[in-house]
Design a protein around this ligand. Structure first.
Ligand SMILES: Nc1ncnc2c1ncn2[C@@H]1O[C@H](COP(=O)(O)OP(=O)(O)OP(=O)(O)O)[C@@H](O)[C@H]1O
Length: 261
């Protein structure tokens, strides 16, 4: 293990099935992620990763199966139900509002109202409090150089990722799912994101990382769950497998299902 994950379940997925127009896309997905763990979700193209993430994000509903967050079984039928359950999915397109500033994005739909009774009734925002809190959050999560007043469309790709992730943390996410978070980043930005992921994990947040970059999975993740043709076929400690074995699981060879070409 790369670090001490807490021995407490953050997420448990059991027996998830999903079909689209008669095609069985998920055919029995089971895995658990503990608090503070970084777990890679691996699988070849079409293995069912995005469909699984859509189920976690409340964008589609499984036909069968259970999703448990902490000790509570959840029905995640909308994106807001997913968020309320403590799951945040940071997609490649990030869902930030481009014209708004960093601080406005961080507090979007969670604005801090003015403390003064009358101003609060009028819906006035406490911009100073939000600025203070935003600076503190960015500092705590190792991103003090991000200008909180900059429109997010002026930030680098890595900074945008960081803002989206920090927004999820501020909203109380216990489980953050990241879909290819470093795909469009340069080496330095990747390194910063890796540091942020490690920091979040050290604070007990569970991370599920979808990545095709096995080198990165090797350095960053504690465990990998591998999907093959819609089934979770392996759940392995990263320290105990080689990248070649991971690839073998992903293409079915390690399972004796597919033939080496
Ligand atoms: N809405 C849909 N209707 C019909 N088929 C779908 C739908 N969504 C996904 N599929 C099919 O389900 C299978 C799994 O797709 P999914 O996108 O979940 O895989 P993936 O592992 O994320 O692949 P990739 O790495 O290429 O993104 C694919 O064969 C895909 O064509």
């Amino acid at each position: 293990m790369k670090r001490t994950a807490l021995d407490q379940t953050a997420l448990k997925v059991s027996g998830l099935y999903k079909s689209f127009e008669g095609i069985n896309v998920l055919r029995g997905v089971h895995f658990t992620v503990n608090r503070g763990e970084v777990v890679a979700l691996l699988g070849d193209n079409g293995a069912g990763k995005s469909t699984l993430v859509q189920c976690l994000a409340g964008l589609t509903q499984p036909d069968q199966g259970k999703i448990q967050v902490g000790q509570i079984e959840r029905t995640i039928c909308t994106p807001s139900a997913s968020y309320q359950a403590g799951i945040a999915v940071v997609h490649q397109d990030l869902a930030l509002v481009q014209g708004l500033s960093v601080v406005e994005n961080l507090f979007l739909n969670r604005e801090i109202l003015h403390q003064h009774r009358v101003l609060k009734l009028l819906g006035w925002l406490d911009k100073k409090a939000m600025a203070r809190k935003a600076k503190k959050l960015l500092q705590r999560l190792g991103m003090p150089l991000i200008n909180i007043n900059a429109p997010v469309n002026t930030l680098s790709g890595g900074q945008k990722q960081a803002v989206a992730i920090i927004r999820a943390v501020y909203a109380g996410a216990e489980i953050i799912v990241m879909d290819e978070p470093t795909a469009a980043l340069g080496a330095e930005q990747c390194a910063r994101l890796v540091t942020l992921i490690r920091l979040l994990s050290s604070q007990g947040i569970a991370i599920i990382l979808i990545s095709h970059n096995l080198q990165q999975v090797d350095t960053l993740c504690d465990r990998a769950v591998i999907l093959f043709q819609g089934q979770s076929v392996a759940d392995v400690a990263i320290d105990e497998v080689s990248q070649a074995q991971l690839l073998g699981y992903m293409n079915g060879i390690e399972l004796g299902i597919a033939q080496a070409s």
